[in-house]
Design a protein. Structure first.
Length: 689
């Protein structure tokens, strides 16, 4: 088992979907009744992510401390129904820091009560002739052998897998020439199509991925009308035959159709087929999924749709589409998408629309055993009693721009968290995305970077949600339900002097009631901590920049570069950390941030000296809650040592989970979508050198 856990109690519960209006029951696979879920209480472990309380530790399949998990191979080894998986953790912590960055193997273990696929906890594969942190391979079974295949513009590389050593060796088994690929390769698919022969399908960039010639500030990416001034790459499809005897090319590379712009911002291609149809699924960085038919007479690309006729937009940034069930059980192909966030299975519905495009059921998350609570990358948690039952739950935002709710069926000392639910606004999952006008360019359009703070903003006794996101402005969603049945209302913009309240992007505001007023702290356009006082549900007044005890302002300057892209990203939280009756401040940062000044600050000053630690800072309030003056920050250590949690900003919150007899403990949302718990007795401090 991944986690050391103590069995406190177990019980059956009826899981409820949460939404606009009365909760609806989670259906069983046959559509009737309420699903029976088994939860098991587990002890909170300091210096560990919160483990899943679902029986067998079921949680979304995602590599430990990696924010990107790409499915690079499906092989039928241990079961006949579904394949085992090879998964690449391509962003996040290395194995030496507790992560699963690199190539991993997950064995199929069955399905849950809703029919969702379950896999074993990943096992690392460390030896291969390519960089195992790169997902630019396809792993597949040909005959009785397993191979890893890599395609470049001029080479086809193949490595044979050794089951006994769980290794692909240090050198390619075959490395042969490819001729006639016209452009740089975005991605490819390799499918055995007959005796001794395979189809190699290549997605090419037909336009170079070029950003504007600029210093990467916001104004230089877009013109005055808001149009992107760079080049958006396009993708076209090509194919050729490969003889499996030696893996050599057999024939010319030919384009599929005549369209050089099959999809903008291409990321992946996969061959799919049914009993009387065949084609390709292509995807891009915006989450679009298109179907391109194989028949030359059908030279079109159409968007995939679900059984309700809605366009399929993938739930996370797609790095790979992987087909399963191909020629295995007589069914048409299903497929799994993977990338930043969880993995999602799309099952073929057995029919096509009027245009011949296959129809798929809505996505199902793919699960693994012995997992952690998982909420999607760059999670920003709040610990509150959201549903009014006396137990502290977790409400969190993520990089996709979604809100999630993790209900606690246990106690605050021994929490029992159910599987996360996507929170809804009037029956639809709430999701805020950047769209075309995105600070890093339109190919980043599917990120929302939602940073919520749960607080009774309108003073009616119910928890609301105040949030910032990609644009750096602030809004709040009122709770129009009740304390025990919260319902989110329409988001409202927060104003200051009649203008939208703006700060730098990706900042969670710190909010707390001080006396008879509500204080809200953000990072302003100067990247400085700035206080505002609420004057109405939709307005605030200026409270000024925050100061240290020596009167200097507190900035979060980023020492990587001076672009708008690198500004902001702070996650702020008011908490009386030392129980002296005054509100202190916790700040989560990125690794190159420098609080309180660019010349001398944390964590950057220590980073330059070789210390890579938890990017959470503590500012002790030496003034009053109403008129704070902060001491110079200190950086949290764990038992006197640095603790790396990832390069992206950590999102801390002082919480009353666990033993709080000496004061609040610390929960930190990290880039991999986990919630790290730290008992305060294990926390010490590093000071500015």
């Amino acid at each position: 088992m991944k986690h050391t856990s103590t069995l406190i109690f177990s019980f059956l519960l009826f899981a409820l979907l949460w939404g606009c209006g009365e909760p609806d029951p989670t259906p069983t696979p046959d559509g009737g009744g309420r699903e029976q879920v088994v939860l098991i209480a587990r002890e909170l472990e300091s210096n560990q992510p919160i483990a899943s309380s679902v029986e067998r530790g079921l949680a979304p399949l995602a590599m430990d401390f990696c924010y990107t998990s790409v499915l690079v191979g499906c092989v039928y080894e241990s079961a006949s129904a579904y394949p085992d998986l090879f998964v690449c953790g391509s962003g996040g912590l290395s194995s030496s820091s507790g992560g699963r960055r690199g190539l991993n193997y997950c064995q199929f273990k069955g399905v849950d009560s809703r029919g969702r696929l379950i896999y074993s906890h990943p096992k690392a594969i460390t030896v291969a002739p390519w960089d195992v942190t790169s997902a630019a391979v396809k792993i597949m079974k040909i005959g009785s052998e397993i191979y890893a295949i890599q395609t470049t513009k001029t080479k086809l590389n193949v490595a044979r897998y050794n089951r006994e050593t769980m290794s692909f060796g240090s050198e390619w088994t075959y490395s042969t020439k490819l001729v006639g690929v016209p452009y740089a390769v975005s991605t490819f698919d390799f499918v055995v199509s007959g005796e001794g022969v395979a189809d190699l399908t290549i997605m090419c960039y037909t336009v170079a991925s070029v950003s504007p010639d600029s210093d990467y500030t916001e104004d230089s990416l877009y013109d005055s009308a808001g149009f992107y001034m760079g080049t958006i790459p396009e993708g076209a499809l090509y194919r050729t035959k490969i003889l499996l005897d030696g893996f050599v090319q057999d024939g010319e590379v030919k384009q599929i159709g005549n369209d050089n712009s099959v999809i903008l911002g291409p990321t992946t291609v996969a061959q799919v087929k049914g009993n009387d149809w065949s084609g390709y699924i292509v995807s891009n960085k915006a989450g679009a999924l298109k179907y391109v038919p194989s028949a030359a007479s059908l030279d079109v690309a159409d968007y995939l749709v679900d059984t309700s006729g809605n366009q399929l937009i993938n739930r996370s940034n797609v790095k790979r589409v992987s087909v399963i069930n191909a020629d295995r059980d007589g069914l048409s192909d299903d497929f799994i998408t993977s990338g930043e966030g969880a993995m999602w299975l799309y099952r073929y519905a057995g029919r096509r629309n009027a245009y011949g495009t296959p129809i798929y059921h809505p996505a199902e998350v793919v699960l693994m055993q012995d997992g952690d609570l998982f909420s999607g990358s760059l999670t920003v948690p709040n610990v509150v009693d959201w549903d009014g039952d006396g137990a502290l739950d977790v409400v969190t935002g993520n990089s996709e721009g979604r809100l999630m709710f993790f209900k606690n069926y246990g106690t605050n000392l021994h929490p029992v968290f159910a599987e996360g639910e996507y929170m809804k606004l009037c029956g639809e999952e709430f999701c805020i995305r950047a769209g075309y006008y995105e600070l890093q360019g339109p190919m980043e359009c599917c990120w929302g970077y939602l940073c919520p703070t749960v607080f009774d903003w309108n003073g009616d006794g119910l928890y609301d949600i105040v949030f910032s996101y990609n644009e750096g402005k602030y809004m709040y969603m009122p709770n129009v339900g009740t304390a025990t049945n919260p319902v989110l209302g329409t988001p409202k913009t927060i104003y200051m002097d009649g203008m939208e309240l703006y700060g730098v992007w990706r900042v969670r505001p710190a909010i707390e009631r001080i006396g008879d007023r509500v204080a809200m702290m953000i990072m302003d356009g100067d990247n400085a901590l700035h206080l505002y006082w609420q004057t109405s549900d939709t307005s605030v007044t200026d409270g000024g920049k925050m100061e240290l005890v020596d009167g200097k302002f507190i900035t979060g300057h980023n020492n990587y570069d001076d672009s708008n892209v690198q500004h902001g990203r702070g996650k702020l939280n008011f908490v009386d950390w030392d129980s002296d009756g005054k509100l202190d401040l916790l700040v989560g940062t990125i690794k190159r941030s420098s609080f309180p000044s660019p010349e001398r600050g944390l964590p950057d000053t220590r980073r330059k000296q070789g210390y890579t630690g938890m990017q959470v800072l503590y500012f002790h309030n030496e003034g009053t809650s109403a008129e704070p003056r902060y001491a110079y920050p200190v950086q949290f250590l764990v038992n006197g040592k640095d603790k790396a949690l990832g390069a992206h900003s950590n999102a801390p919150v002082g919480c009353m989970l666990g033993d709080v007899s000496d004061g609040p403990n610390l929960l930190v949302g990290v880039e991999s979508g986990r919630f790290m718990f730290f008992d305060r007795k294990d926390l010490t401090y590093a000071y500015l050198p």
